[in-house]
Design a protein around this ligand. Sequence first.
Ligand SMILES: [Zn+2]
Length: 124
Amino acid sequence: MPDIITKSEAKARGLKRYFTGKPCKRGHMCERSVSTSNCLECAGERLHQYNEANRDQIRERKRQYYEANRDKRLEYGRRYYRANRDKRREYDRRYREANRDKCLERTIGARATEEGVSSTRAKS
Ligand SMILES: [Zn+2]
């Protein structure tokens, strides 16, 4: 249980919460917010209830926000793509050049193994 501290004392110390040691009107023995004087548990419950009651509205608002910003997002993506197209092309080219030998080796190696397998099979 937290130490008892009055609202004015908490305020003076720059704290956001205080604790009276008395239950709130709904029976919670818990800290209260200095700014609203509300018990934190009540505040939490209220928020939860609000979210539950407005679930559809909240979802709808999110969807609307998403829709409203779709063009902006697409435009941003296009701009990003254009800005990085040359960079990406250059990167791909360098990567291929740097790994050309490795690629060749791998191809030759794979072919050799395949031949080896088929020749073993032919023998048996
Ligand atoms: Zn409460």
